[in-house]
Design a protein around this ligand. Structure first.
Ligand SMILES: [Zn+2]
Ligand SMILES: [Zn+2]
Length: 171
């Protein structure tokens, strides 16, 4: 009797192992492959229509001014025109950003962030350059005279006048 029970338990264990090998493992592999396929499709560079600004290039100009504690910080000429020619660049130090593109232009390509990346300077809701929100001051932004809270994610438009200010709240 006792011997038989032992044999049964052993058989059950073998059965469980077989179940694992034949059902769970292949199922796991299938789920894994499906997840991989979904990830692949999502990561393909498909561009929804509402994300497209132009299909035949463009040449826009946005004006950017930066004030740190009331003092204008000049934006140098030739930003984005060094080794790598950036579609967003400056030709002079007037603060005019040239958005010169050929072919397909997506909203993502003309975020204000793209200019700061080309300039290799920090700009976001918290900091402009090394000036960050705190007791000393706060980063503020306006576009064509109205306050804007999109900061680096702002999608520029032709003839925009963008102002970034860092100043204390009392100013
Ligand atoms: Zn240019
Ligand atoms: Zn231009």
């Amino acid at each position: 009797m006792c011997k038989k029970e032992n044999w049964n338990t052993k058989r059950q264990k073998t059965h469980r192992f077989e179940y694992l090998k034949r059902i769970i493992l292949p199922a796991g592999i299938i789920v894994g492959l499906a997840a991989l396929a979904v990830w692949f499709v999502i990561s393909l560079p498909s561009l929804p229509e509402d994300q497209i600004i132009s299909r035949q290039g463009m040449h826009w100009h946005s004006e950017l001014k930066i004030f740190i504690n009331g003092e204008e910080h000049q934006i140098p000429e030739g930003i984005g025109l060094s080794a790598v020619h950036n579609p967003i660049h400056t030709h002079d130090d007037s603060g005019v950003l040239h958005l010169e593109f050929t072919g397909l232009v997506a909203k993502n390509d003309i975020k204000l962030d793209k200019f700061f990346k080309a300039w290799q300077r920090d700009f976001n809701a918290n900091c402009i350059f090394n000036y960050c929100n705190g007791p000393q001051g706060k980063v503020k932004m306006s576009v064509n005279g109205s306050e804007n809270n999109e900061f680096e994610n702002y999608i520029m438009k032709d003839k925009d006048k963008i102002e970034i200010k860092y100043e204390s709240e009392t100013q």
